[in-house]
Structure formats: structure tokens, C-alpha cells
Ligand binder design. Structure first.
Ligand code: SF4
Length: 554
């Protein structure tokens, strides 16, 4: 479309993403504005863009919340009715074999959750958004940021998507051109593998001297079960089966109440077998006798999936540049050992707000001024927490047992382990070709519609909806690679790693082999394909704003 058709709006601070990081940034800015006699901006010149149709609908986490950042942001959060389903009442850790469950006699210190809360992240985001909107901040739900706007190397804002384009990119009768939102400061808080953050990091080389980011995929379901099997606030983690000992990951069971459970399996996206299917592994995990007893007679209510940045301290890119900051999961602020990131997302959002406010007061939003954010988070408990686990995920390079030994060594050496900085490799580089994979294909669990579900049933329970007639938001750089080279070399792993049955190899009429079919409307926006594709030829871009999952209680 012609650039001239696009409206341009000028604002003070533009935050992309209404998750815990973006909303905490907005709320901290509000507090600073209110506490200043002559603030450099007003609350209505803070814009928050959110691609979901309503705030929280694309937020998903386990989740056990460490309330440290929330307490700093809203000291009386309990009195103000923060949606905390239950304080954690007990912790247990099990090691699973296919039929056995061994409880660890002592919980590792990092999996002790006394003082934390079992929560639903999308409820928490909605609650934060009410406070932000109530203070006069503009939240634009249902709008996606498509491109970072630059003047030279300075970020000047974000261009939103055109609405009402058909499959071929042609305007339809309901066509609405996107808007160029220009801001003094742009904050990217899109969550893991943000599409704008990816553009920015790549264009400016913000990760040039860092370790590559590595990810895991978390797949979860919300269940209702009969009373009397678990107490509200129980937190249970599992290691072992059904994941191979070469893989990183484990299961979780968090009791929101006596009858409502968040359950899920986290699988590292740095596995070797190209036929590994994280969704199948999750379904298989639920058939373990221990879980079967817990879930039987219950009902699956909701489903969702999201990637998790696991790389830690050495994978965090430069977080500030001229006119822009990166916060939360978009920058990789997550403690993979504690399985927690919400508190780090919130804290980095708050520190970013303080840096921005100071920069606006000084009338200088250059990299030199916004770069103070680097010093702020490194001087805060964010650095202390990440530093202690700086080599954690990388210690699992050679599998679970080696990782456990490295983890113990790192624990006693304050995070160091056997060397100062463990090297990392991007997960997709560790995927093996079929010719190097000597095992039989992983066992597929039988789906029974009661305990184990197929991908389409789960997608239905994610509430996912996209406008069908729109350009495909999964951009494949070269279909020839998919249909020929990848088929021969990797067996098209996208059909396995996608937890929403988006990628399918369909027969070409006339018996001319198979070709890739993309069922884009199933996409739950987890970003796995953008991360795990061995050729790195899949680019996830936001679909028309408002499309995607409709998470509720997840
Ligand atoms: Fe996730 Fe990609 Fe599948 Fe969408 S298409 S659900 S982003 S793996």
C-alpha cells in the first residue's frame, strides 16, 4: 500500500506488548508522572499496543509468581485485589520413569516456592491493565506492530498492520491502512521471540558479543478435577519420562484451587531428533499412572503453548539503543532454573520506566541516555538473580544427568561451574538430520479424548480464531527447501514441533510427492517455528490484530 495513505501519530512513549513487562513499565511511568511537579509527559501520551483482541488473551505462563516486583510496584497488591489464586502451600519434585514416580527427599532450593503464589498470568495482566487504563494510559488492543520505524539507526516508533487485506495482500472493502506511531521512546515488550525485537536486534547487531538465545516450549492445559486429590497451592515438578535423558525439560502441576490445575510440560527446543513432537510428549506425560490418578474423571478446560527464553544472563542482548529499549522476555530476562520470568519482566519494565522518565526530563533519548537502563538492571536484583544461574541451561548441553551435575557444581560456585562462561549453541543447530538419528520414531500416544487429546482438539480449547481471508502470517522464504531438501534431510520437523497442527505435508495430486500446507488459522502464536526450523526460513509475523488464541485462566 502507498505510504502516503498511512496516518502518523506522535506520542511520548510507545510500549509494544501489554504483558507483565509492558504494563509494569506503563504503571511505573504513571507513578513517576504523578510524583513530579512538572512531568515531561502526561499519562495520555503513553501508548500501549497489544495484538490480542483484549489484554491478557495472549498471555500464558505456568505460573508461580514470585511477588517481589509486584510488591515494589503495588505494595498493597493483596488489598487491591490482585488475582492470586492461591499462596503456595507445598512443593514436591518427582523423577518419573514410564511407570514409576520417585519423590526427591529434599527439594532443590531453587524449586522452593514458599511466599510465592499460584496465578493465571492472563488474569494478572488484565488486572494490571485496569490500573494502567484507569490512570489515563491509552491501550490499543487488537493492533499489531509490523515494523520498527527508523531514522538512520535511531528508532522512531512502530508501524501497525494494514487491516482488511485478502489472502493475496489485496485491499478488500473493509481495508484500513495501518498507522505509523512515532514516539520519543519505543519499548519492545512483546514476550519471547518478539517479531519487532528480532528486527531490531538483527538490524543493529544488539546480540553481537552475546551467546545465542536458546528456548524451550511450554505446553499447558487447565483442568478441573474432583475435590480431595490435591490441596490448593500445591506445586509439583517432574523430571524424566517421557523426555529422553538427552533432553532438557520437565513437567509441572500447579493447584490453583482444590479442583483447578494448571498442568504442563516444558521441552527444550534444542533437541536432536527431528521427529520429536512436544505436544505428543505432553499428552504422553499425562498418561503416567501418577498423573492418570490425579486427572481421571476430570475435564480439560483450556489449552495453550508459548516459548520460553532460557539462555539467561549471557544471552541478554544490548537492551537500549537510540530511541528504544528491550524488556522482559523480549530481551530474555528469565530465570530458567527457578522456572520464573514474570517478576523479572515486571522489574525490567519498572527500571525501563525510570530510565525513560529521567531521559525525558533531560530531553535526551539517545542511546547514551537510555543506555543507563543497562546499568540500572545490572545494579538491581535482576542481575544478582540472573548471575547466580548464568550457566544453568548451557550445562544441559550433554543431557539431563550432565546438567544435574553441572547444576550442583554451579550452585556451590555461585553460578560459575567448571568455567566462567559456558558456550551456547542455538537450538536449531542441534537438530540432527534423519541420517544421523538411529532410533525408531518417538512413540505417539493414543488420544482418547478424555486424558490425551490431539492437536486440533487442544487448539479448539485455546479459543484460537483468525480472519481466514488475510495474508499468511507464517512467511516461508523458500518452499522448495520445505518440499524437497527438508523432506529428505529432516523429514519436515515443522509438522512435529508445531503444537497447533499448522504445518502439514499434503499429497500433491497425481502422485508427485508431498508439499507443505500451512493451516495458519490454527496458530497459537507460540513462535516455535520461527525458532526451531533447522534452515531458519520461517518468519512469524503478527497476523491481523485481534487474531490468535483467546486464553482465559492460563
Ligand atoms: Fe507456534 Fe509457529 Fe505453530 Fe504458530 S505456526 S502455533 S507460532 S509453531
Amino acid at each position: 500500500m502507498a505510504e502516503a495513505e498511512r496516518e502518523t501519530l506522535e506520542t511520548g512513549v510507545l510500549i509494544v506488548g501489554a504483558g507483565p513487562a509492558g504494563l509494569s513499565c506503563a504503571l511505573r511511568l504513571v507513578q513517576l508522572i504523578r510524583g513530579h511537579p512538572a512531568p515531561p509527559l502526561q499519562t495520555d501520551s503513553i501508548y500501549v499496543l497489544e495484538k490480542a483482541s483484549e489484554v491478557g488473551a495472549h498471555c500464558l505462563s505456568g505460573a508461580v509468581l514470585d511477588p517481589r516486583a509486584l510488591r515494589e510496584l503495588i505494595p498493597d497488591f493483596e488489598a487491591q485485589g490482585a488475582p492470586l489464586d492461591s499462596p503456595v502451600t507445598s512443593d514436591r519434585v518427582f523423577y518419573f520413569t514410564s511407570s514409576g514416580a520417585w519423590k526427591l527427599p529434599l527439594n532443590p532450593p531453587f524449586l522452593r516456592n514458599h511466599g510465592n503464589y499460584v496465578v493465571s498470568l492472563n488474569k494478572l495482566a488484565k488486572w494490571l491493565a485496569q490500573r494502567v487504563e484507569g490512570a489515563g494510559v491509552n491501550i490499543f488492543a487488537g493492533f499489531s506492530g509490523m515494523e520498527v520505524l527508523f531514522e538512520g539507526s535511531r528508532v522512531t516508533g512502530v508501524g501497525t498492520e494494514d487491516k482488511g487485506l485478502d489472502k493475496n495482500g489485496k485491499p478488500m472493502s473493509n481495508f484500513q491502512p495501518g498507522t505509523n506511531l512515532r514516539a520519543k521512546v519505543t519499548v519492545l515488550a512483546e514476550g519471547p521471540r518478539g517479531s519487532l525485537a528480532k528486527q531490531l536486534i538483527s538490524r543493529l547487531g544488539l546480540d553481537c558479543d552475546r551467546e545465542p538465545q536458546v528456548y524451550a516450549l511450554g505446553i499447558k492445559e487447565l483442568w478441573e478435577i474432583p475435590a480431595g486429590r490435591i490441596a490448593a497451592g500445591e506445586v509439583i515438578h517432574t523430571a524424566g519420562w517421557p523426555l529422553a535423558s538427552s533432553q532438557f525439560g520437565g513437567g509441572f502441576i500447579y493447584a490453583l484451587s482444590e479442583t483447578k490445575l494448571s498442568i504442563g510440560l516444558v521441552s527444550g527446543l534444542d533437541y536432536g531428533d527431528p521427529r520429536f513432537d512436544p505436544h505428543s510428549a505432553f499428552q504422553q506425560w499425562k498418561t503416567h499412572p501418577w498423573l492418570r490418578r490425579l486427572l481421571e474423571g476430570g475435564q480439560m478446560l483450556r489449552y495453550g503453548a508459548k516459548t520460553i527464553p532460557e539462555g539467561g544472563y549471557f544471552s541478554v542482548p544490548a537492551t537500549a539503543t537510540d530511541g528504544a529499549l528491550l524488556i522482559g522476555d523480549s530481551a530474555g530476562f528469565l530465570n530458567s532454573q527457578r522456572l520464573k520470568g514474570i517478576h523479572l519482566a515486571m522489574k525490567t519494565g519498572m527500571l525501563a520506566a525510570e530510565t525513560i522518565f529521567e531521559a525525558l526530563c533531560a530531553g535526551d533519548t539517545s542511546a547514551r541516555s537510555l543506555g543507563k537502563f543497562e546499568g540500572c538492571w545490572r545494579a538491581s536484583w535482576v542481575k544478582n538473580e540472573l548471575w547466580k544461574v548464568r550457566n544453568f541451561h548451557q550445562g544441559f548441553e550433554h543431557g539431563f544427568w550432565a546438567g544435574a551435575i553441572h547444576g550442583a557444581l554451579q550452585y556451590v560456585t555461585g553460578g560459575r561451574g567448571w568455567r566462567a562462561r559456558y558456550p551456547a549453541r542455538a537450538g536449531h543447530e542441534r537438530m540432527k538430520q534423519l541420517s544421523e538419528t538411529y532410533t525408531a520414531p518417538p512413540e505417539q500416544p493414543k488420544t482418547d479424548g478424555r486424558l490425551a487429546f490431539d492437536k486440533l482438539t487442544d487448539v479448539y480449547h485455546s479459543g484460537t480464531h483468525h480472519e481466514e481471508d488475510q495474508p499468511c502470517h507464517l512467511k516461508i522464504a523458500d518452499f522448495d527447501i520445505c518440499n524437497h531438501r527438508c523432506t529428505a534431510e529432516y523429514g519436515n520437523p515443522c509438522q512435529y514441533f508445531c503444537p497447533a497442527a499448522v504445518y502439514e505435508m499434503e499429497e500433491v495430486p497425481g502422485g508427485a510427492g508431498k508439499r507443505l500446507k500451512i493451516n495458519a488459522s490454527n496458530c497459537v502464536h507460540c513462535k516455535t517455528c520461527d525458532i526451531a526450523d533447522p534452515y531458519q526460513i520461517i518468519t512469524w509475523v503478527p497476523p491481523e490484530g485481534g487474531g490468535g488464541p483467546q486464553y482465559d485462566g492460563l
